[in-house]
Ligand binder design. Structure first.
Ligand code: MN
Length: 139
């Protein structure tokens, strides 16, 4: 059985669609929950990262809030060490701060991503997180 066929019966949301390879390393899934509009100025989505998967370095012109609902993962801000994040953690990311997030080496990670103040922009993608950068926590 392919691991992607294993159903997580504890999952809150469907996995959604595969995240674009242009902006993600490894396999991740995105389920849109709330679309952008000028009433809430927010985009909300659920993201599942399989072990080893992460998004590129990026910024959010209006900031972002991550609510971790399952698993163990990594969060890193430019110039700082990787932080271990796990189910129950809430991460607030100020506008224009370079960062990335994703699963740990051995565990998947699921988080709800809330991009705020979207009238200022949603995301600006940068370079992929290299294996050397991703592996710094295990050295
Ligand atoms: Mn982000």
């Amino acid at each position: 059985m392919n691991t992607s066929e294993i159903v997580n019966t504890n999952a809150i949301f469907p996995k959604g669609e595969k995240a674009p390879a242009d902006y993600f390393t490894g396999t991740a899934w995105i389920k849109p929950l709330v679309p952008d509009d000028r009433i809430f100025n927010s985009v909300i989505g659920n993201v599942v990262f399989e072990p080893g998967a992460r998004n590129n370095w990026h910024t959010h012109p209006g900031g972002q809030i991550l609510i971790v609902t399952d698993g163990i993962g990594y969060y890193q801000e430019r110039g700082k060490p990787i932080q271990l994040i796990r189910k129950g953690d809430v991460i607030t990311i100020p506008p224009d701060l370079e960062h990335w997030h994703g699963a740990s080496h051995d565990s998947s990670l699921t988080h709800i991503a809330i991009s705020t103040n979207t009238q200022n922009g949603i995301v600006a993608w940068l370079d992929p997180v290299t294996n050397e950068e991703y592996n710094t926590l295990t050295k």
